[in-house]
Every structure is written in C-alpha cells, then in structure tokens.
Design a protein around this ligand. Structure first.
Ligand code: DAH
Length: 339
C-alpha cells in the first residue's frame, strides 16, 4: 500500500480506528502497537514511500502522517493508562458503567384520552369502525337528515373540497357507512379526527377528535342510551358519578339530548372548571332518526337505535384542567411531558 495522497492517510486512520476498537487483550494491544507505532510500523514506513512526490506534497503528506501517528500514539497510551487500574486487561472498556440514558417518547394526551374512551366502550361490546376524513357531502350532511340549504348545516362551519366532498365536520357520517356495511344488531364506536372552519382560539380549533357511538337493534330504547352513558361515565370519571340529560336538537336524532356529568373536581359543589354549575357537558346523543336509519338501509319499522358523539379535546381539557385547546396541537415538549 502506498500512502501518497491525503485520502490514503485518511483510510489508514479509519483502519487503525477499527483495529483499535477491536483490541481485547494484551496480545492484541502489542500487535497494534508494533503495526502502527513500532520502528518498522506503517506510520514510519510512510515517510519512505514519500520519496517520489513533489517537495510541497511531501511536506503536507509528511505533516499528515506525523499528526496521525501522534493521534494514534496518544489514544493508545491513554487507553493503556486507563487499563492499568483494572488489572491491565481491556484498554478502556468497562461494561459495568451505566449507559447513556436516551429520552423516551410517550403517548399524546389526546391519544391517551381517546384510548381510554375506546377501551371502556370496547369492553362493553362495541366494535371499532373508521371512516375517511374526506367525506362526501351526502354522508356528512344529507344522509344525516341535513339536505342542501338545511339551516342545521350552519351549526358546523365546513371546509369544502369541492361541491360534493368535504372535510368531515363530525364522525356521524361513519354511522351511515357502518349501517350500510353491517346488519343489526350493530354496536360500533367510531373514533376519528374532524374539521371545522372556525376561528382558532383558546376554545376552538380547526380540527379536533370525536368518538361516535351507534347501537341499532330491535327494541332499542332511550333507557338503553341512558344506561350505556351512565355506565360509561362511571368508568371514565368516577364510580359514583351522576349524569344529567337535557333536551337538545340534532337533525339526525329524535329525541336529541345533551349529557352532563357531575363535575369530577368539585363533586357537584361548584368550582371554576364547571363554572359553578356542578355539571360538565360531555356529549350529544339521541335516538337515531328514522330517516337516518333509512339512509343506512335499515328499516325503521323493525329496528331502532341510539347514537352519541363526544369531543375528545373537551374531555381532555376538563380532565386535566387545561384552559387553551391550542396547546394540544403545538407539540411543545414542556407541555407534553406532563402527561
Ligand atoms: N355530530 C354531533 C356534533 O358533532 C355530535 C352528536 C350528537 C353525535 C348527537 C351523535 C348524536 O351521534 O346522536 O356536534
């Protein structure tokens, strides 16, 4: 091997480094020393091969070779010094030293809340279904009893992709997909991300997560809805939690309700989080409207059902006492580390 370019000297450095790493005992160390640092070692021989280069090149190459020899020598001697302390075996490797800890990630708080919601409902017999985030206007609105120009469309400011497609404004259109694919009895939950064309503020964001629920069978009644939501709330919040059901309006359910849970911070006494009412609103629900069952290909004369939809951010804000929804989307590690 001729070492008459700077690249070849770099290659020698790499080879020496690899051999140095591989040293495991005194015999290896001695071989290494003879090969690289001995009187007839590679690094002395280099100077001989330099005879046939120009004087300037000789100067730079000579300097590079000397620097490399000094580098190897000092690393070798350091390692030898260190290994003296541990009986002279391995130069410089102590397997008992603690490793370098590296930071581990964790689930996003929204993912944790969603997983918890899904786990509880799945254990109650609900299967999990998904739909696309780009949804047809038909599934997002019309099939849910909101024909074009229906005023209820104004409840949800919409991002339109084109005349026929939208970024879904809620997970309710997945109900239609599930009803078209499955036959009753249907018990499904549909978690996912939804979008609304809203001004971003501490209270609202242009996207968020919902978990939708749907139960369709013969003789499903409002009592089933109440029982399911009470059981869910008691497992999610507190085993003695009370729920309150208030009349409301959604075009896709009749009757429609909103459900409050007893404030889990003050246990109903009234505090800052529940605005001194003792109650927190957590979801919308109702009995599936007959024309929605029809859109899903299900005969409302034979079957009935209930549905509900809850906002994951809202529950996370309440649960952790956070006052700004934007924090969930900034991915500031100082915020995320707290969960
Ligand atoms: N889709 C409604 C919303 O985003 C929430 C909702 C209300 C879902 C009632 C339902 C329901 O399934 O029955 O505001």
């Amino acid at each position: 091997m001729q070492y008459n370019t700077l690249e070849s000297i770099d290659a020698l450095r790499a080879a020496a480094a690899a051999e140095f790493q591989a040293i495991v005992g005194d015999a290896d160390a001695e071989n290494f020393r003879v090969k690289y640092l001995g009187k007839k070692g590679v690094l002395r021989e280099i100077m001989k091969t330099l005879g046939n280069v120009s004087p300037e090149e000789r100067k730079t190459l000579g300097a590079a070779a000397n620097a490399l020899r000094e580098e190897i020598e000092s690393r070798f001697n350091d390692a030898r010094e260190q290994s003296k302390g541990d009986g002279g075996g391995d130069p410089g490797f102590d397997p008992a030293l603690p490793g370098f800890p590296f930071p581990s990630g964790s689930l996003h708080p929204l993912a944790q809340i969603r997983n918890h919601i899904v786990e509880i409902l799945a254990s109650m017999g609900f299967s999990i279904a998904y739909g696309p985030e780009v949804e047809s206007d038909y599934n997002n609105f019309e099939a849910l009893n909101m024909p074009p120009l229906h005023p209820a469309r104004d409840m949800q400011d919409t991002f339109y992709i084109n005349e026929k497609a939208v970024l879904r404004t809620h997970t309710s259109p997945v109900q239609i997909r599930v009803m078209k694919e499955q036959k009753p009895p249907i018990r499904a939950i549909m978690p996912g991300r939804v979008y609304r064309n809203e001004e971003v503020s501490a209270r609202s964001y242009c996207m968020f997560y919902q978990v939708e629920g749907l139960f369709v069978d013969k003789n499903v009644s409002f009592a089933d809805l109440k029982g399911t939501l009470l059981a869910f709330s008691r497992r999610f919040f507190d085993e003695n939690t009370k729920i309150k059901i208030r009349p409301s309006f959604f075009p896709f359910t009749e009757p429609s309700v909103e459900v409050d849970v007893e404030c889990f911070l003050c246990k109903g006494k009234g505090c800052g989080i529940c605005k001194h009412s003792g109650w927190l609103e957590i979801l919308g629900a109702g009995m599936v409207h007959p024309s929605v069952l029809k859109s899903g290909g299900i005969d409302p004369e034979i079957y009935s059902g209930f549905a509900f939809g809850m906002g994951v951010e809202r529950i996370a804000l309440l649960k952790y006492g956070i006052d700004d929804i934007r924090l969930f989307y900034e991915n500031d590690v100082r915020f995320l580390k707290q969960f």
